[in-house]
Design a protein around this ligand. Structure first.
Ligand code: ADP
Ligand code: MG
Length: 623
């Protein structure tokens, strides 16, 4: 009897189906998942031209009989579920019975397969849905599937495939996910006749991470282990200094399946709270094991998301697993000469900065961005907050240059620098700062007097906005000003990174970044935007590639540029916690006026909160 059966329509309708074949990497995913479900111990993947011309997956699993082969390429035919109940205890990667049929509809599909108890195998050829041949064939036990000329019959889809290198990058990523989830299986990837990955069977988690992402990351990882309340969690997380600019380095697996899960991501972020800068994402490899009946995997077209029966339990167990470990670990960054892409900033004290931010946030909670003007709370922990604004000493302290002093004290009025004419072109609703007098509080905020009250400025948000506006203006005139590095900086790069580098070369040049492949797994940065001179070039490049990797196929070049400018501004801007000189404060305040005039497109979060004298008087019951 055949193992594979066609599912009844009623059951088909209960399956969260979707378009699964989007690009070559989706085919690799489906075929390798099938090979894993077939109990293979060795899987080899061969691709040509980024999988566009050929994808071949060879396994040594249970194989298929002649009858099963024919059913395998039929829509909604599967050996993995038979009735609705099965949907609630899925222990295989596949269960929808759609992949092979969908692949056969958009390519030339050739399968040969043999089961253990047959002396001969069988083959089947399907081309754009048409069954062309089925016949006996001599072959080894296991299955060999070849997909050629993807989308040859769907020109619209063929157009959407990206540069070969990009598709290779996606294939690498899919394969890495499956290899991480199935360490007992050996994997091999051959790209255009060159074997690029050879992953030994029976690997430990750490070995596999090392083989995929480099020994230096693997060495620094912190082991995580917990087995409570029916949820087993094992794996590794990286020290805070390894953080990335996107969450794509959080590899989370449930019963061997790679998943994206908001509650797990949230728990990871919570565990690292205060240990890293805002907007950074920890690197983590977490493997969760639980009874399949306690989670629904039939919710997402690509089976990337799941629905937990008890989300709270998953969240709290992941959080505790990490937190407990951190309490007994040394998380300080490993300061090494060859730290490469590791951030080596030593002047940033994340714990202190987080504390300041928390306090400040607490205090400013009641304040509302200026355009809206609503109730204002100016007390903190029961104390009145009355910063002494705008009364600089009347004689110039010796550590302040005279021109700066003039700027600060006389509103910039010197002989060479006549007073700025009160501007009519500043929109009336914007509170205008009087002169350049401002006080820095908590090394994070600037408080300044305005014509009708006072403003509190977030120094980082303001500086970031200024940078953004300037970069935006500059880039319309040509490439950003760039500076050659004395010694190129190198960073470890994956095949995906290499592909992104190639694909985005024009963009990078525009941004003043000159970088190229250096050996097989390194990228060398030769020139770098002058604006970012104080920033670690390798770390910047790392973040940039991560961001570019997150872009969708349809993102426009314009959007990509703006996203990158955004990131550059954020990096180049002063941080919360940076102490500013009087001169720096004056410059910031000065530029604030400039951007408010020039920009009519508000960007990002608010930079300024304002309090009018009127409001103050109401609050103090003078009115
Ligand atoms: P699904 O994996 O959801 O069942 P597929 O279309 O991917 O659907 O595969 C259909 C069926 O073909 C599977 O249920 C399985 O029985 C069989 N099959 C596919 N690939 C293999 C393989 N590599 N080895 C053995 N059987 C396979
Ligand atoms: Mg499948």
């Amino acid at each position: 009897m055949s193992r594979i059966q066609i599912l009844p329509d009623l059951l088909v309708n209960k399956i969260a189906a979707g378009e699964v074949i989007e690009r070559p990497a989706s085919i690799v995913k489906e075929l390798v998942e099938n090979a894993l479900d077939a109990g293979s111990s060795q899987i080899s993947v061969t691709i040509e031209d980024g999988g566009k011309r050929l994808i071949r997956v060879v396994d040594d699993g249970i194989g298929m009989s002649a009858e099963d082969l024919r059913l395998a390429v039929t829509p909604h035919a599967t050996s993995k579920i038979t009735c609705e109940d099965d949907l609630f205890k899925i222990a295989t990667l596949g269960f929808r019975g759609e992949a092979l049929a969908s692949i056969g509809a958009v390519s030339r599909l050739h399968i040969t397969s043999r089961t253990r108890d047959e002396i001969e195998g069988n083959e089947i050829v399907v081309s754009a849905k048409h069954l062309e041949t089925t016949q006996a064939a001599g072959c080894r036990v296991g299955t060999n599937i070849e997909v050629r000329d993807l989308f040859f019959n769907v020109p619209a889809r063929r157009k959407f495939m990206r540069a070969t290198a990009t598709e290779v990058g996606h294939i690498n990523e899919q394969l890495a996910r499956m290899a991480l989830g199935h360490r007992s299986v050996g994997f091999e990837l051959t790209n255009n006749k060159r074997t690029t990955h050879r992953l030994a069977a029976e690997s430990t988690i750490r070995e596999r991470i090392g083989a995929l992402y480099g020994a230096d990351l693997a060495e620094e990882l912190i082991p995580i282990e917990r087995d409570e309340r029916g949820l087993r969690i094992e794996g590794y997380v990286a020290p805070p200094a390894r953080s990335r600019s996107t969450a794509s380095w959080q590899y989370v697996f449930l019963n061997g399946r790679y998943i994206r899960d908001r509650s797990v991501q949230h728990a990871i972020r919570e565990a690292y709270r205060g240990l890293m800068e805002h907007q950074r994402f920890p690197v983590a490899f977490l493997f969760l094991t639980m009874d399949p009946q306690l989670v629904d995997v039939n919710v997402h077209p690509c089976k990337l998301e799941v629905r937990w029966q008890n989300t709270q339990l998953v969240h709290s167990q992941v959080l505790s697993a990490l937190r407990d470990k951190f309490l007994t670990s040394d998380l300080s960054p490993a300061l090494r000469a060859d730290a490469g892409s590791t951030s080596t900033r030593t002047d940033f004290d994340p714990t202190k900065a987080a504390e300041v931010r928390r306090e400040a946030a607490e205090f400013y909670k009641g304040l509302v961005p200026s355009p809206m003007g609503s109730p204002i709370q100016a007390t903190y922990e029961g104390r009145d907050f009355s910063p002494s604004i705008g009364t600089p000493p009347s004689t110039r302290p010796s550590d302040i240059r005279s021109d700066v002093w003039d700027a600060l004290h006389n509103g910039g009025q010197t002989e060479e620098n006549p007073p700025r004419i009160p501007t009519d072109d500043v929109p009336a609703e914007l509170p205008q700062i009087k002169g350049y007098r401002a006080l820095q509080v908590h090394n994070s905020y600037l408080v300044a007097e305005t014509s009708d009250g006072l403003v509190i400025i977030d120094q980082h948000a303001l500086h970031e906005r200024i940078m953004y506006e300037r970069l935006k203006a500059q880039i319309t005139d040509g490439p950003l000003e760039s500076q050659r590095l004395l010694m190129p900086e190198t960073l470890t790069a994956s095949a995906t990174d290499m592909a992104l580098l190639q694909e985005h070369e024009p963009l990078l040049l525009k941004l003043g970044v000159e970088a190229n492949a250096f050996g097989e797994d390194q990228i060398a940065v030769h020139a770098f935007p002058s604006l970012l001179k104080d920033i670690d070039a390798a770390a910047f490049m790392r973040d940039l590639l991560d961001r570019l990797g997150e872009q969708h196929a349809q993102t426009s070049a314009e959007e990509v540029i703006h996203e990158v400018l955004d990131m550059m501004s954020c990096k180049a801007a002063v941080k919360a916690g940076d102490s500013l000189t009087t001169e720096e404060i004056a410059t910031l305040i000065d530029q604030k006026g400039e951007i408010e005039k020039s920009s009519n497109c508000p960007h990002g979060r608010p930079t300024t909160l304002s309090l009018s004298v009127d409001e103050l008087e109401k609050q103090f019951k003078r009115k």
